[in-house]
Design a protein around this ligand. Sequence first.
Ligand code: ADP
Ligand code: F6P
Length: 486
Amino acid sequence: MTRLVIVSNRVSPPTGEGQANQGGLAVALSSALRETNGIWFGWSGNETETFTGHVNFSKSDGVTTATVDLEPQDIDEYYNGFANRTLWPLFHDRTDLAEFERNFAGGYARVNERFADTLLPLITPEDLIWVHDYHLIPLGAELRKRDVTNRTGFFLHTPWPVARLLTSLPSHAKLVNALFAYDLLGFQCQAWLDSFLYYVHDQFPEAEISDGVIRIGDRTVRVVACPIGIDAGDFAKSATTPEADEARESILRSLEGRDLIMGVDRLDYSKGMEQRFHGYSRLLQDHPEFQEKVTFLQIAPPSREQVASYQDIRRELDALSGHINGEFATAHWVPLRYVNRGYDRLALSGMYRSARAALVTPLRDGMNLVAKEYVAAQDPENPGVLILSRYAGAAEQLQDALLVNPFSPEELADALHQALLMPLEERKTRWRAMMDSVETQDIRWWLKRFLDLLTSEHPPRGSTAEASESSEGADTKEAAQAAASS
Ligand code: ADP
Ligand code: F6P
């Protein structure tokens, strides 16, 4: 098999201590890298006084990683700046939080150029190159400038924003133009792909778009909705290990017979935790019979702590959780347990299994893997209920969740009420349908689908080959109209 070169901002190689602490993405990518003797290239997460382009190679569990240190100005302008203060909020519909600073854009361009320069000598002509996420959109174009002609794909893990928001970015056309350097663009779901196609149709009228292919100038780019999955089988197994059992039993003991509602999110404003807390508070207010009968555990490890909007959301959640507990707690019951730390994967799976309901209610999310992990961890004989935001990419696949508007505390409270009273048979029916989807379209399915498309020839003009699996082959005007009216 052709050697795979994966490029992402963060590199998470296998730990070599089993897979207990690893996400499915790292496991799946590692196995593909191992099979092809490939490399995983990206930022080490470390700082150096001056960027030298020195590559640190390391091999762990058969996977070679190649990482570079970045200088403080790069980290400020590229990672904390353009990636997380401009693109992240913009791609999650938070133009109010997006900061448009020229030096951020400059730092983003500079780091992508530095990545291209450093990666170039590591690439051989036959390699398949796969670039991940919003940090590295221009990397493909930078490689092309350096005469790299390899098959090169890009996968976006976040949503693609609606055109009228994206056009608020001063360099939006330049950014999107860079995407045309890739041979394949993957999006998490049809909604984000439609939104992208609408933008291209609107802003690049010269682009010819049909059958899941964009033709523009001398470039032909295939586009696909290819939802990322989890290692469902392995996650389900994790949830029944002795470590997971211990985590589950210890939580259940602490609940003293109460039902558990659970949320697990990076501490990010896109995850809708504030609205979720209000929804829970509304449940306790409108249905006082649940007071002292339920406990809500929200796990939220801090994230991107250098960025002010993340410091703000942390302060707001600290205050709100204190307020809710102050209002409803009794001498024997704390209604909301708000925990700012990470958990081992096995412990987390056991905790998911102990929860009668999960609140996965991002305001906007590319996919949301927590939703899939919660489903995979359930006991088939007594599964919990997934309450899922309509605005998570996962909602396209998990239609049997209780789908909610995450902005509405009333709707969240109603869904919680329904989940807590849902009869076993309905819980089982909903869970089975969701589990089928999580198992079928798992992480290996995703990896294979993307790589198969990346290695295959583009469909010839006028072909409808792509249309067979989903609507991504639909005529762009239709997709554009659908996106505009949604
Ligand atoms: P995002 O990529 O935006 O953080 P996802 O839901 O897609 O959101 O992925 C989050 C991943 O991080 C999941 O695999 C989840 O299990 C993991 N995770 C989130 N919070 C914790 C935590 N407190 N402890 C351990 N893992 C966590
Ligand atoms: O899933 C989106 C994403 O931005 C990933 O690219 C990233 O690794 C993850 O969230 C966590 O964010 P960060 O790498 O900034 O801590």
